[in-house]
Design a protein around this ligand. Structure first.
Ligand SMILES: Nc1ncnc2c1ncn2[C@@H]1O[C@H](COP(=O)(O)OP(=O)(O)O)[C@@H](O)[C@H]1O
Ligand SMILES: [Mg+2]
Length: 504
């Protein structure tokens, strides 16, 4: 028997998947995957975005039931058909996307669907509140069980959701990126609970991008790449570098673009915006960065590393409690979105729909940023269209028509329209969050070209992304962000994807 087959103390596996494949339409998400989970084991599961981790967990939890292959629970072939089935088989999952009900109370969320009843068959509120409070307290939290869930910060919501599954009595507990919104002390609390559950013989599958966390908490680690299982091994036999090499397949033939880059940071270029040791009192702390005119600075970090907070701070949406911000060498404080924009900071959020008017024609969406320059009060449609037509040609927006509703364009073309706004009225600083996520290759290339041309016109650009390829394709310098602060900076020379993953 190999290490992989023998469980802790030789017990038979609690869960066993053999030859599991799953596709969505034409996309193969999982290909012939084998996976085992033993009683009393914390099993780390890692892989790049899109590797198939969540898909496999959803199969185990009964969300996807049309898959190929065999799943056995306690040696018995099983096919779960719903989350209810999974619960009956003692499987509980915390999904990557929060599934709380914001309008309900904390206690109701903890007991969602199985509230304790009185002998009369009605919900036993005092008992429910009492028990919810006790469960939450064992995660080290003091939260009012009667508070509406939606009023809590996201980190706390995530902990409440965790407590629901952790204390449901489930034998197999699946945590899909549970730490993305948690602070370090909260993660420590969670890990204490996980160890306690393990000592009770329960089994946990722990998915996270934070490799240090995975290596710290797990007994074994499985690595997925492109829908395939690459390796399962005991954690003590693995290093972070080895895990990264398995994740990205370094040395294998599926090397592709965006694996490395030559950085070209130029210290002679003027600093436009600088942040020095800024913090928000929760997620961001001691974060410093300098954005220079005519440069693209990439900030790489996983979801939950503080990128969203950084963007919000730059856009006047998140008050900073510590540190200083300087624009052209002068101290500034952005108190509102309008204030930041007036100071010359433009922001294109990942959810670009927010910044666009889908039912309005393309030309309106382009001219919205430049209305000031066309005419303050009276917008001349002819002028709007003339400017927009020029951009549509430059940006190769398809179809090349100014009149059609923006919502009828593809995502990539919508992104180009969103960028086009800034071409006529150059901002000092342009903050882009995940500028090419989910785009086809052609649209990606166009967006990259536009961003680089804005840089070449002297704009100081900040690109925030959790995709190493995006950062490596665009950035002249790179800051790796981790747990709200600077983990590493790269300003010149060759940089590889593995360097980014190792620093994060
Ligand atoms: N419901 C779905 N419909 C279509 N495609 C999906 C669906 N869920 C996942 N996929 C695709 O399957 C692949 C694996 O996704 P996922 O399991 O979410 O990866 P991971 O959790 O490792 O990031 C991706 O290409 C993703 O786009
Ligand atoms: Mg996932």
């Amino acid at each position: 028997m190999t290490d992989e087959q023998s469980g802790r103390g030789g017990a038979p596996p609690l869960l066993e998947l053999t030859g599991v494949s799953k596709s969505f339409g034409g996309v193969t998400a999982l290909r012939d995957v084998d996976f085992t989970l033993y009683p009393g084991e914390i099993h780390g599961l890692v892989g790049e975005n899109g590797a198939g981790k969540s898909t496999m967990m959803k199969i185990i939890a009964g969300v996807h039931h049309d898959f190929e292959g065999v799943m056995k629970i306690r040696g018995v072939e099983t096919r779960l058909r719903s989350a209810r089935d999974a619960l009956a088989s003692s499987i509980g999952m915390v999904h990557q996307e929060l599934s709380i009900v914001p309008e309900l109370s904390v206690a109701e969320n903890v007991f969602l669907g199985k509230q304790p009843l009185t002998t009369l068959g009605i919900v036993d509120w005092p008992r429910m509140n009492r028990e919810a409070k006790a469960l939450i307290a064992s995660l080290g939290l003091d939260i009012d069980p009667a508070a509406a869930m939606g009023t809590l910060p996201v980190g706390l919501q995530q902990l409440v959701e965790l407590s629901r599954v952790l204390f449901s009595g489930a034998q197999i507990i699946i945590l899909d990126e549970p730490t993305s919104a948690l602070s370090p002390p909260e993660i420590r609390q969670l890990f204490d609970v996980l160890r306690r559950l393990r000592s009770e013989g329960r089994s946990i599958i722990f998915i996270s991008h934070f490799l240090d966390d995975v290596l710290a908490i797990s007994d074994r680690v499985t690595v997925f790449r492109n829908g395939k299982k690459v390796i399962t091994d005991e954690t003590r036999k693995l290093t972070k570098d080895a895990v990264i090499a398995h994740m990205i397949g370094r040395g294998s033939i599926d090397m592709h673009m965006g694996e490395d880059a030559m950085l070209a940071g130029d210290d002679s270029k003027p600093v436009v915006l600088s942040l020095e040791n800024v913090g928000d009192g929760r997620t961001l702390h001691d974060f410093s960065i300098e954005l220079r005119a005519g440069e693209i600075t990439g900030v790489y970090g996983f979801m939950g590393s503080g990128q969203i907070e950084l963007a919000r701070a730059l856009f006047g949406k998140l008050p900073l409690r510590r540190g200083s911000v300087k624009l052209d060498g002068k101290p500034v404080r952005f108190r509102s979105t309008a204030g930041a924009r007036k100071a010359g900071i433009a922001f294109l959020p990942e959810n670009r729909q927010m910044m666009l008017f889908r039912t309005e024609p393309v030309f309106k969406n382009v001219s919205i940023a430049i209305l000031d320059r066309i005419h303050r009060l009276l917008v001349k449609p002819a002028e709007e269209k003339r400017i927009t037509e020029g951009h549509i040609k430059d940006l190769q927006i398809r179809p090349p028509r100014t009149e059609i509703a923006l919502g009828s364009l593809s995502g990539g073309n919508q992104q180009k329209v969103a960028l086009a706004k800034w071409l006529t009225h150059l901002p000092k600083v342009l903050v882009l969050s995940e500028p090419t996520r989910g785009m086809d290759v052609g649209a990606k290339e166009d967006v990259i070209r536009i961003v680089k041309s804005l840089r070449d016109k002297g704009v100081a650009i900040l690109v925030l992304s959790a995709e190493p390829e995006t950062i490596l394709t665009l950035a002249d310098r790179v800051t790796v962000m981790k747990k709200g602060t600077v983990a590493r900076q790269f300003s010149s020379g060759k940089i590889e994807k593995a360097d980014l993953l190792a620093a994060a």
